[in-house]
Design a protein around this ligand. Structure first.
Ligand code: NAD
Length: 438
């Protein structure tokens, strides 16, 4: 089949490369000329494990190409995917659909023959109806069927997630579109990934419901971590104790500095707005949004407390800046609020991230000093803070760190280490929801 992927970001590039790997012919289109130029030279615009090899292989085999021009790709396509960004709209938190609608207009003007237009971007309920009516307005005679097919991949494990998804959700009631989508995903359900067909509106809502549920699970355990700290319990054991119950499940029960990233913050907020406007407010999700926002600055306070209540003039070394390991994505990362809050309180910041520094420089204040590695980061710092649990921070040489740090204080916001071990190594150690020496 012929596929046009409009938007070559985290989702568009990974999806496009994976579809090509299944044997389809894919053109990834993006407005960003530099991105397309780089991709044509084999340079990846994002860090995602395994992506470079996947892209390289499919380009060499002639199934994957890159273009800033929409027209030839769309004219030849059986399916055109819209994978452009849907960020939070400034001011009201609704999803900003301007990129989706702009892409829709361009696509509709170029479609030839029967074409399935698929919203892969995360879009609020009813967006498919809008995409359909815009398409009809732009090209009244075009044969376009609009389908919702939300993406559930996780950055850092995106290729594996795309190729072996728990499910593929497809929202359409058009038989012809259903046949095209089935053909596109056929290589996947041979691996027994279930294809779930629903109405378009239901499919759109499934994506938001999934993200809101996961964000709620994280926020639930984060609040329990606070309670654990007050009552002398251990949140990791609480997680294990509840997660072994199959009805609950152990995933997304790791206490930490609050969720961030390019999806959960904007999607939870957008869902609350949709629900309010529909007259069916989701009060649980509204609370989750508020609790999570507050948590990021509370993490900065944790650092301040570890230094006896004052960080003015102190040097804080931060390990990990991206919102999670194995990505360079800094969008809404908890580190942003933590850095800003500590700078406001008069601290100096040294930071290190294995892949995220390029993106971090764009969003963090200029005063931040970027170190070469974890040990350089810790140099003469008053406290070492683990913000993101990259593998490189899982077996740190604490003997060396002790000689490098000004004082042996570690704040571990990801519970990577064990309090008793850190104590034995002679560190003052703070983590999340785990009392020392329990
Ligand atoms: P991104 O910002 O990385 O990429 C979007 C790309 O679209 C950019 O390169 C931009 O230049 C391009 N673009 C915008 N308008 C265009 C147009 N008219 N024509 C061609 N290109 C255009 O975004 P992303 O992280 O890939 O997210 C895309 C969508 O997928 C969002 O709705 C997001 O919520 C959703 N999603 C993201 C993830 C994730 O992990 N990043 C996971 C699931 C779903």
């Amino acid at each position: 089949m012929h596929v046009a992927m409009i938007g070559t970001g985290y989702v568009g590039l990974v999806s496009g490369a994976c579809f090509a790997d299944f044997g389809h012919t894919v053109v990834c289109v993006d407005k960003d000329e530099r991105k397309i130029q780089a991709l044509r030279q084999g340079i990846m615009p994002i860090y995602e494990p395994g992506l470079e090899d996947l892209v390289d292989r499919n380009v060499r085999q002639g199934r994957l190409s890159f273009s800033t021009e929409l027209s030839p790709a769309v004219e030849n396509a059986d399916a055109v995917f819209i994978a452009v960004g849907t960020p939070s709209r400034r001011g009201d938190g609704h999803a900003d659909l301007s990129y989706v609608y702009a892409a829709t207009r361009e696509i509709a003007a170029k479609c030839k023959g029967f074409t399935v237009v698929v919203t892969k971007s995360t879009v609020p309920v009813g967006t498919g109806d809008q995409v359909e009516s815009i398409s009809r307005e732009v090209a009244p005679d075009a044969e376009i069927s609009v389908v919702s097919n939300p993406e559930f991949l996780r950055e850092g494990a995106a290729i594996e997630d795309f190729k072996r998804p728990d499910r593929i959700v497809i929202g359409t009631d058009d038989e012809r579109a259903r046949a095209v989508m089935t053909e596109l995903y056929r290589p996947l359900f041979i691996n027994s990934s279930p294809l779930l067909f629903t109405s378009r509106r239901t499919s759109e809502l499934i994506k938001y419901a999934a993200n809101a549920f996961l964000a709620t699970k994280i926020t639930f355990i984060n609040e329990l971590a606070d309670l654990c700290e007050r009552v002398g319990a251990n949140v990791q054991d609480v997680s294990r104790g509840i997660g072994l119950d199959n009805r609950i499940g152990s995933k997304f029960l790791h206490a930490g500095p609050g969720y961030g990233g390019s999806c959960f913050p904007k999607d939870t907020l957008a869902l609350t707005r949709t629900a309010q406007e529909a007259g069916a407010p989701l009060r649980i999700v509204e609370t989750v949004v508020g609790v999570n926002d507050a948590r990021k600055t509370a993490m900065a306070r944790k650092v301040v407390n570890a230094l006896g209540g004052n960080v003015k003039g102190a040097t804080v070394a931060l390990l990990g800046l991206t919102f999670k390991p194995n990505t360079d994505d800094m969008r809404d990362a908890p580190s942003i609020a933590i850095v800003n809050s500590l700078l406001d309180k008069g601290a100096k910041i040294r930071a290190y991230d294995p892949e995220g520094v390029h993106e971090a420089r764009k969003v963090l204040p200029e005063e931040v000093f970027y170190a070469e590695n974890a040990y350089d980061c810790a140099k003469d710092a008053d406290v070492l803070v683990i913000v993101t649990e990259w593998d490189a921070f899982r077996a740190l040489d604490f003997g060396l760190l002790k000689t490098t740090l000004k004082q042996p204080i570690v704040v571990d916001l990801r519970n990577v280490y064990r309090p008793q071990d850190m104590e034995a190594l002679g560190f003052t150690y703070e983590s999340v929801g785990r009392p020392n020496l329990v």
